[in-house]
Design a binder for this molecule. Structure first.
Ligand code: HXC
Length: 257
């Protein structure tokens, strides 16, 4: 592990990325985001890894993009380097990513969590898009993903007021799939990640792709796309194996093909 701002570890079949910039509450500097992208890419290419967890510390998942790094950025700097564009690399990963959030997930931290495929929260987690207080707006999907997660009225409230949302409200609103005591966050996330990793990676990737396509497609197109992918599972070894194992009352052995 040669990273400066994160820790990347393989825990069995789960790739674990821990944001580790405690002095800045895991503020998401360019360097940190590059390292996250790099670690995720390594896990993507590792055939033994079936799912990925991104987590932070007990106090902060991430307190946002790095304000100190952004303060002096000019419009032309931002435009020329397409500031924040590289963050989206994460969403191209085909393996499921779970965000395990304790503490603050603010601004870019909330956006990073929403780029993952699901969010599990510790009871003290806090979600928010406070950019309005800094004279800017969410720049990494916040205005687009939050509305899809919690609907327009709640998303508008958060983005226009900068008010935070606690873990229980986030669960009620559908931003978070599960809330657990803070000390159980990682073990709970790991349980889910291990379960996902125990299935055929081929099928899991198809399921993820189908669900994510609903962001982009009309209902008709999405349903068609889903059905075509569903049909294509019948060309796989793992569909034959999965159904045969059920019929023979035994455990399936997945070959990821
Ligand atoms: C840089 C940050 C930071 C950030 C915290 N720190 N958040 N540095 N960028 N986003 C630093 C502080 O400057 C401080 O360092 C140290 O972390 C500890 O923070 P404190 O403020 O002392 O801690 P606390 O009093 O516990 O308050 C926690 C907090 C507060 C409520 C989370 O830090 C906070 O409001 N942070 C900013 C949250 C925010 O506005 N995020 C959105 C960023 S903009 P020093 O060295 O000073 O002690 C964004 C949008 C960009 O993300 C577009 C999309 C990506």
């Amino acid at each position: 592990n040669t990273y400066q701002y994160i820790i990347a570890e393989k825990k069995g079949r789960v790739g674990l990325v821990t944001l580790n910039r405690p002095k800045a509450l895991n503020a998401l500097s360019d360097g940190l985001i590059s390292e996250v992208n790099n670690a995720v890419k390594v896990f993507q290419d590792d055939k033994d890894v079936g799912s990925i967890i991104i987590t932070g510390s007990e106090k902060a998942f991430a307190a946002g993009a790095d304000i100190k790094e952004m303060e002096k950025v000019t419009y032309s700097d931002a435009y020329n380097k397409d500031l924040l564009a590289q963050w989206h690399d994460l969403t191209k990963t085909r393996k499921p990513i779970i965000a395990a959030v304790n503490g603050y997930a603010l601004g870019g931290g909330c956006e990073l969590a929403m780029m993952c495929d699901m969010i599990i929260a510790g009871e003290k987690a806090v979600f928010g898009q406070p950019e309005i207080k800094l004279g800017t707006i969410p720049g990494c999907g916040g205005t687009q993903r939050l509305i899809r997660a919690i609907g327009k009225s709640k998303a508008m409230e958060m983005i226009l007021t900068g008010n935070n949302m606690n873990a229980h409200d986030a669960e009620k609103a559908g931003l978070v799939c599960k809330v657990v005591p803070p000390e159980e966050l990682l073990s709970e996330a790991t349980k889910i990640a291990e379960k996902i990793a125990s299935y055929s990676q081929l099928t899991v990737a198809m399921a993820k792709e189908a669900v994510n396509s609903s962001y982009e497609l009309t209902l008709q197109e999405g349903i068609r796309f889903e059905r075509r992918l569903f049909h294509s599972t019948f060309a796989s070894h793992d569909q034959k194996e999965g159904m045969n194992a059920f019929v023979e009352k035994r455990n399936p052995t997945w070959h990821n093909k």
